[in-house]
Design a protein around this ligand. Sequence first.
Ligand code: ZN
Length: 406
Amino acid sequence: MRSWSAPNVPRLPGSGLPLRLYDTAAREVRETRPTGEARMYVCGITPYDATHLGHANTYLAFDLVNRVWRDAGHDVHYTQNATDVDDPLLERAQATGVDWQALAEREIDLYRSDMEALRILPPREYVGVTEIIEEIADLVGRLTERGATYELDGDVYFSVAAAPKFGAVSGYSEERMLELFPERGGDPGREGKRHPLDWLLWRAERAHEPSWPAPFGPGRPGWHVECTAIALRNLGSGFDVAGGGSDLIFPHHEMGASEGHVATGEWPFARAYVHAGMVGLDGEKMSKSKGNLVFVSKLRQTADPMAVRLALLAHHYRSDWEWTPGQLAEAEARLARWRAAFARPSGPDATAVLAGVRERMADDLDAPGALAVIDQWAAEEGDDPAAPGLVRDIADSLLGVAVGVG
Ligand code: ZN
């Protein structure tokens, strides 16, 4: 389906550094080494509610990956999905008396406009699950040929016993997995399953639910297999970064990695698993089930979206943190300082700013460190007439913060 429009990204002199990222599966910071295109898959939204700050924080983190790679000279092949059919969407549609497709379309539209306002670079392919049901069913068929599936009352399950690399992404103990699985859409207690951690690949048709034909009976796909199918179709296995919020480490990315491995025989499915931290409010993780959401669309009714972006950049992408309105005020003040500094007829030499921001961002996306480099430049005086324009381009290109100085 339609992606969203791309902001302009100024080209900077010279070339950026190789990007180092914390890989959850390796449990350390490692250099990314794209060969040819840099390939990235980021898990998208389930469109039953508006984009909240937790989402924005995640998509911003991978926007920074995209920008740092491009600055280092890579062509970036970025794919994202939208889970436009799933339990929470259907439940919300039924509870509010709205058609599920109309609900998904409305929320995806709002998400696109939020992403545009925040100057998040769009994916090359933005794929709705309902657009590729046939490919997902093919993948389920391939997993069945490999002997990795079984049927339970018409539903198709992946058998965890068929996944030799299961556990390699999260590193979690079985006890921890069993604790998280039911909290994140799993059904460990279902009668008739061979193992509590076996997961649903295909849900057989139920009354009043949408369904699609498949060789193993009409129904709809499970959550994990949709991303595996979309990533394999667009990027192939062994792509550079699989991304999402840290709540996707298990089960979503763990199970998707095993599906990719068993289907292709190739490992790793993604060369790095990269996860953004959770944004909280009043001591709790921001989530739909808790109802403590701060929506991007609401914030940008009164705040400059670039201030919202700066407020997010003030936290390292991997940290968990809490949103307070005071952070937006601080970001607005920083934006005003930068705007004034960029409008000066001259400033201190910007060579060190370019090197410093590149160095901070290549080091596991240290955006707070990069902001400090620009803050320091803005606080000093100098006589280089080219410097304000260059620093403005650095902020725009590498941090996505476009500061109009008109
Ligand atoms: Zn996903």
